[in-house]
Structures are given as structure tokens and as C-alpha cells.
Design a protein around this ligand. Structure first.
Ligand code: NAP
Length: 215
């Protein structure tokens, strides 16, 4: 599968290594000329290429991996979204570092804000429980697999993302909606930074909802 990435830094590169290892192709982008990514692309090897963000954003699955202060600019001016899956890996850190704290979304979540900036995209929040050192490490550990929590409002999009992370070797877990699950796994939430493992093989922990059904 071809995956577009908006960003080419720590998260984009860790994700790319897993994706390429699983046989996918990645198209990375940055804020400048794609040629500036020649070194990164060379290190990632075949399976990786660089393109303007507008090209990366047309792939069926797109990873958003830019610092929070850059999110609006990164999503601005892209071609209209046509139902692609947009994986939101961002943390809503005011200045992109922990020093200035988090943006307050009151009853909402940062990923709902991302979804509002990308109308037509099917946004799924993922990767926020994992420090990149853990994400980059071996996903399989004996009888266990490292978990990736997946939150979103579109069931098919969540399944697509779950399948993707399963192809990397992770155990995907459905963590509810963008609003509730998104807040739980986001930085500042109760499970952000926690490294979960599931026994494997196991009945797929998907779909599993942390939310009580209406009514
Ligand atoms: N590091 C972690 O452990 C971790 C874990 C989970 C989530 N996150 C979150 O993931 C996001 C990315 O983190 P990171 O550590 O990968 O950041 P990073 O290493 O600083 O990389 C950021 C990337 O975003 C690109 N970028 C900036 N503005 C852009 C634009 N307008 N269009 C396209 N690309 C643009 C940068 O390209 P230029 O160099 O051209 O500006 C750079 O390649 C952040 O929101 C972070 O909080 C991080």
C-alpha cells in the first residue's frame, strides 16, 4: 500500500521504517523542497520517496506528523480530501514542546480540531501512547505484541489503520471515538506514554469500545 506522510522528522521516519519493513511504500513531505529530503530517503532506502505535501496527501492513507504549531499550515492548501484516511499522530503542545503546556480543547479533542481542518478526510488518532523509541523497537516480544491504540469516528477507517499497524507487527486496540478515545490517548491523557502489550496470538482486540452505547 502507498502511504503519504506530511512530515519527515522523528515520527515520520520511525513510521516509515516499519511501513517499508512490512512491504508498503511511503511518500514523505516537508515544509520545503522535496530535494531536501534526499538524505532521509537515502537512509530509508527503496520503498521511500519524497514529494510535495499535496502529492503525499492524495495517497489512500496519510500520516500527519508535524509539530502542533505547524498543523494548520501543513493542512492548508492541500487538495480537497476525498475520504482518505488521515492518521493523526500529533500532540497538541502549544509550542511543539512540553514547556508551554497543552492547547485546551474544552470538551473536544485535538484530533477533532485536526478533522475540522481536513474536511472530507477520515481522521483516526493513533501512535500517541508510544514514545518513538518504543514504537521503533521490535513490536513482537515472545508471546506478546506491543499495542497501538486507534481512535476515530469512522469504523472502516479505524479498521484500515488497525490492519496497517497489524501488518507492522503491532496489536491494534480500538480506543473509541476521536472525542473520547482521542483524549484518553493524547498527551496529557491517562494512558499517553504507556507501553502496552497483548498476548499473541489473541482474539483481535478490535472492535472494542471504551464508550457506553447511547440509550
Ligand atoms: N517524538 C515522539 O515520540 C512522538 C510520539 C508521538 C507523537 N508525536 C507527535 O508527532 C508530531 C511530529 O513529531 P516529530 O518528533 O516527528 O517532529 P519533528 O522531528 O520536529 O519533525 C517535524 C516534521 O514536520 C515537517 N513540517 C513542518 N511544517 C510542515 C508543513 N507545513 N508541511 C509539511 N511538513 C512540515 C518538518 O519539515 P521541515 O524540516 O521542512 O520543517 C519535519 O520534517 C508532533 O506533533 C509530535 O508531538 C511525537
Amino acid at each position: 500500500m502507498e502511504i503519504g506522510i506530511i512530515g519527515a522528522g522523528t515520527v515520520a521516519q520511525a513510521f516509515s521504517k516499519k511501513a517499508i519493513g512490512a512491504g508498503h511504500q511511503v511518500v514523505l513531505s516537508n515544509s520545503g523542497a522535496p530535494e531536501k529530503l534526499a538524505g532521509v530517503i537515502g537512509r530509508l532506502g527503496s520503498g521511500a520517496s519524497a514529494a510535495p505535501a499535496a502529492i503525499a496527501a492524495e495517497k489512500p492513507i496519510v500520516l500527519l506528523a508535524v509539530p502542533w504549531p505547524k498543523v494548520e499550515a501543513a493542512l492548508h492548501g492541500l487538495p480537497a480530501w476525498r475520504g482518505q484516511v488521515l492518521i493523526d499522530a500529533t500532540n497538541a503542545l502549544r509550542d511543539g514542546t512540553p514547556t508551554q503546556g497543552l492547547v485546551d480543547f474544552h470538551d473536544g479533542s485535538s484530533s477533532e480540531h485536526v478533522a475540522a481542518l481536513a474536511p472530507g478526510a477520515r481522521v483516526v488518532k493513533a501512535m500517541n501512547t508510544l514514545f518513538m523509541g518504543n514504537f521503533a523497537a521490535e513490536a513482537r516480544d515472545g508471546r506478546f505484541r506491543r499495542a497501538v491504540l486507534v481512535s476515530g469516528d469512522d469504523h472502516d477507517a479505524k479498521s484500515t489503520v488497525a490492519d496497517l499497524f497489524e501488518s507492522f507487527g503491532f496489536a491494534p486496540i480500538d480506543l473509541g471515538s476521536l472525542k473520547v478515545g482521542g483524549r484518553i490517548q493524547a498527551v496529557g491523557g491517562p494512558i499517553a506514554g504507556h507501553d502496552f502489550f497483548l498476548p499473541w496470538p489473541a482474539p483481535r482486540a478490535f472492535p472494542l469500545s471504551v464508550e457506553r452505547p447511547e440509550g
